[in-house]
Design a protein. Structure first.
Length: 137
């Protein structure tokens, strides 16, 4: 999707934002609100919090990854990560007979995602990896 910013003068002073521009705007607004809270101890006005919510929703709807790459799959939401199918690297290491460090190295190849400081990976991806390793032996 192409990033665009269009000025809509016929509707009064307004802008139409598309594509990765929405993710950039979401990042800027979030950063500004966090800065105001931390530095100044200010509670943002309700209208700014609503604006942030709307921008974040629109940015999510663009189906872009957080880094703005269209060819990178977007992260699953929290409810998906709580499902039983997602496991930690320590569980994946136990299943594969490898160390956690080795599993973290291959995590991107398994379709793993970062959740905070930790990687989580689908159990089915680890099982498929194990089966593939057994076939190639």
């Amino acid at each position: 999707m192409k990033a665009t910013v269009e000025r809509l003068d016929e509707a009064g002073p307004s802008l139409l934002l598309r594509g990765p521009v929405l993710a950039d705007l979401n990042w800027l607004v979030t950063l500004g609100l966090q800065s105001a809270r931390q530095r100044d101890g200010l509670t943002p006005p309700a209208r700014l919090l609503e604006l942030q919510r709307l921008i974040a929703g629109a940015a999510r709807d663009t189906r872009m990854s957080p880094s703005g790459q269209a060819d990178v799959p977007s992260l699953p939401d929290s409810s998906e990560l709580l499902a039983d199918d997602w496991i930690s690297t320590s569980e994946a290491a136990a299943m594969t007979g490898r160390s956690q460090r080795q599993v973290r190295r291959i995590a991107p190849d398994l379709g793993a995602v970062r959740r905070g400081q930790a990687w989580v990976v689908r159990r089915s991806a680890v099982e498929a990896h194990i089966a593939n390793q057994e076939r190639t032996r």
